[in-house]
Design a protein around this ligand. Structure first.
Ligand code: GTP
Ligand code: MG
Length: 370
């Protein structure tokens, strides 16, 4: 049975802990504020105080991971998640192709990225880095915003022959809003008309002062075409990541964020997810957004089958009952029964939100650690 302290319960109900203690005394229970009580007792108290009980898993309501924190001793180093942003055609996908030894650009309609790619590479030094590729086309603001919000580091790609353009500025703004550190990759430096110094100067207008200008934003001249500066770019990413001491608990039921989802004619609903913490495994029962399902198979970015996906790993998941939405949280649960409960709860919440009739305010919400 799960437990909660009297103080924590009082806090969640926005009541005085002393009043709870008093109330329990009347029920014949002697407890102190810091004592833990079982779920049934907690529910009794919630009813006693006239609040509504909503049984949801902690991870379910804790989408931004503010209260359900993994204990320090469970945390292990994880790879950084790096989102590539920048104006259309400035060479984001080409840079990733060069880093991965692939040719994604050639397969793109009109050479324009229209979805978010997710990849993990192993560096020469043996470190792993997860990359998210975003589209630069003006129409895809949402994707860029999402990219900035799920990442540890942003690499801003600016073509040295084109300079600061509207979506460069947009990317800078998303990055600042997300509070994420940035590394500037000045690309296409192989071109005769490239003018990296001008890029650095124009960045000043947006309060980005790069190292070359004695600031603290790392910058690097690169060429996706010749491979110039790519090792240096990786070094800078790893340096930044090291400063951040990125960690996650791999030994728990997984939580992941949906990067992209679609309906495949043959395979059914497909979701590319990024594991936030825990390890996602084939066979896991899950809730994702308002959908539920079971992991039937997982594929990495090269289409290889995986049995498990640790933190910061991007994987394509097969076996979800319907198509979730980008940005949805995927939560592994212990049983199908639980999956149905949570997805029903989420559906209710979604409906309530749509009809703007949600009566539950935070102070009446009681989340049991069920
Ligand atoms: P969107 O995803 O549509 O925003 O574009 P992108 O930023 O991913 O650019 P992409 O990688 O598709 O490259 C656009 C064009 O620039 C392609 O024709 C590339 O071959 C070319 N290109 C990319 N990087 C370089 C480079 O370093 N040097 C030169 N000369 N051309 C490059
Ligand atoms: Mg692209």
């Amino acid at each position: 049975p799960e437990a909660i302290t009297v103080a924590e319960l009082a806090n969640r109900m926005a009541e005085k802990a002393a009043d709870l203690v008093k109330s329990m005394f009347k029920m014949g229970m002697m407890v102190t504020v810091n004592q833990t009580i079982d779920q049934d007792t907690a529910e009794l108290l919630v009813e006693e105080f006239g609040h509504n009980i909503q049984r949801v898993s902690e991870s379910d309501i804790d989408i931004d991971h503010t209260t359900d924190v993994d204990p320090e001793e469970t945390l292990k180093p994880r790879p950084p998640v790096v989102t590539i942003m920048g104006h259309v055609d400035h060479g984001k996908t080409s840079l990733l192709d060069a880093l991965r030894g692939t040719d994604v650009v050639r397969g793109e309609a009109g050479g324009i990225t229209q979805h978010m790619g997710a990849y993990q590479i192993k560096t020469k030094g043996g470190d792993f880095v997860t990359f998210l590729d975003t589209p630069g086309h003006a129409a895809f603001t949402q994707m860029r915003m999402r990219g900035a919000n799920v990442t540890d580091i942003v690499v801003l790609v600016v073509a040295a022959d084109d300079g600061i353009m509207p979506q460069t500025v947009e990317a800078i703004n998303h990055t600042k809003a997300a509070g994420v550190p940035m590394i500037v990759a000045i690309n296409k430096c192989d071109k005769p008309e490239a003018n990296p110094q001008k890029v650095r100067e124009r960045l000043l207008e947006h309060s980005i002062v790069v190292e070359e200008m004695s600031g603290d934003v790392q910058d690097v001249e690169v060429s996706a075409k010749t491979g110039k500066g790519l090792d240096e770019l990786i070094e800078k990413i790893l340096l930044q990541a090291e400063l951040m001491e990125l960690k996650a608990n791999p030994d728990r039921m997984a939580e992941a964020t949906v990067i992209e989802a679609k309906l495949d004619k043959g395979k059914g609903p497909l979701a590319t997810v990024l594991v936030n913490r825990g390890t996602l495994k084939v066979g896991d029962i899950l809730v994702v957004g308002t959908e539920s399902g079971r992991v039937r198979a997982m594929l990495d970015d090269k289409g290889r089958q995986l049995k498990q996906a640790p933190p910061a790993m991007p994987v394509e998941v097969l076996g979800i009952g319907g198509v979730p939405m980008a940005g949805d949280l995927l939560t592994v649960v212990e049983s199908e029964q639980r999956a149905r409960e949570v997805s029903a709860y989420r559906q209710e919440q979604a409906t309530a939100k749509r009809t703007a009739m949600a009566p539950a305010s935070l102070d009446t919400m009681f989340s049991a650690l069920a």
